[in-house]
Design a protein around this ligand. Structure first.
Ligand SMILES: [Zn+2]
Length: 268
């Protein structure tokens, strides 16, 4: 089974054993830091997490990473199913980077000025917990709007944001893969993935590669064929070992409700 905590730990271990250096996205983007200069020619990995929902799953990832001295970047949405101050605070205390996964063009129905205002307000709320240096847009597959369109009119760098992956990553230098759709090569077929359409990857080294399962990545890391610089984008709400107990719980709840219904009917 793929996308389990077990295979996740194996992936981290293979990267560590292969000598990869783990960087936050802010650390990678800040070209002025001493650390940046030191790791410039090393193998490095950015673990990026889009906390679309179930933040407790992301916290689990964050704790696993911290135990082995790994740092990651976590982007939270400003919606109840994602934003959780206690979890954000714990992640920051563990040494991780927390950023804002914005979607205000969606929430403001494409009104760019309102979207910018709401973005700024939300950013301030995040910044009460941690100095947010990077952001990433949330892409709702059903939305008519592109959340990045705020930046056609406004400039996030004026807000002290140093980087947004869609605009500031050279995808021919930094190898990018995402677990969207519970597979690592789904973006290759995703017609809505505007990033790959607008910035096509032409690096021949990258074009040769194709990873479907997490095991494919681990094998490549172990064989020394994995790119020297990469961003892995996770959606931790889809990673779970507790699927079987969860299904059992669901079946049990339904059974209990059935019994309750029968009992209620009988007592009438
Ligand atoms: Zn998202």
């Amino acid at each position: 089974m793929d996308f389990t905590i077990k295979i996740y730990k194996e992936l981290l271990k293979s990267l560590q054993d292969a000598g990869f250096f783990f960087q936050t996205y802010a650390g990678y983007s800040d070209k002025s830091t001493k650390q940046q200069k030191e790791v410039d020619h090393h193998k490095r990995i950015i673990l990026r997490h889009d906390v679309d929902a179930r933040p407790e799953n992301s916290l689990r990832f964050a704790r696993i990473q911290a135990k082995t001295g790994i740092v990651g970047t976590y982007y939270f949405r400003m919606v109840p199913q994602s934003y959780n101050e206690a979890i954000i605070k714990e992640m920051v205390a563990l040494g991780h980077e927390v950023g804002y996964h914005y979607e205000t063009m969606d929430t403001c129905k494409g009104d760019v000025d309102k979207a910018y205002e709401e973005f700024c307000r939300n950013l301030e709320t995040f910044r009460k917990l941690t100095p947010v240096n990077t952001i990433s847009m949330h892409g709702s597959p059903l939305s008519n709007f592109d959340n990045r369109d705020i930046w056609k009119k406004y400039d996030y760098k004026k807000l002290g944001i140093i980087a947004e992956p869609y605009f500031d990553i050279n995808f021919n230098e930094l190898y990018y893969i995402t677990d969207t759709g519970r597979r690592w090569d789904g973006h290759l077929f995703n017609v809505r993935d505007k990033a790959t359409k607008e910035n096509p990857v032409t690096n021949p080294e990258f074009l040769k590669l194709r990873f479907h399962s997490t095991k494919d990545i681990i094998d490549s890391v172990n064989a020394g064929t994995f790119p020297k610089q990469a961003m892995l984008n996770f959606h931790p709400q889809r990673w779970n070992d507790a699927l079987v107990p969860w299904v059992k719980e669901l079946v049990w709840q339904n059974a209990k409700n059935q019994v309750k219904r029968v009992l209620v009917r009988r007592s009438r």
